[in-house]
Design a binder for this molecule. Structure first.
Ligand SMILES: [Zn+2]
Length: 87
């Protein structure tokens, strides 16, 4: 078994995804909140930041550079499919 192989994690950002839709909706939140007044606008802005971050996480996926199978995140130490070690 070549367990000492090294590979890189490959990042892919999907442009048309659920994450992207979440981000688009998030950008509307401060305006929706503003209808309810200044406090609503502040709360809307806070939620916008949270949802943009969530959307960014959802639309960013990581793949194994050796076998191309998806991995959970960039902190994964080795590939569950081909057991390659990540740098
Ligand atoms: Zn792999």
């Amino acid at each position: 078994m070549g367990v000492n192989r090294l590979a890189t994690r490959v990042k892919k950002t999907k442009t048309l995804s659920k994450g992207c839709a979440v981000q688009a909706l998030a950008l509307l939140l401060p305006f929706v909140g503003a209808i309810a007044g200044r406090a609503g606008s502040v709360i809307g802005t806070v939620f916008m930041v949270v949802f943009v971050f969530v959307g960014w996480k959802m639309s960013t996926t990581w793949f194994c550079g050796a076998c191309g199978k998806p991995i959970a995140n960039k902190r994964v130490k080795d590939c569950p499919s081909c057991q390659v070690k990540f740098k």
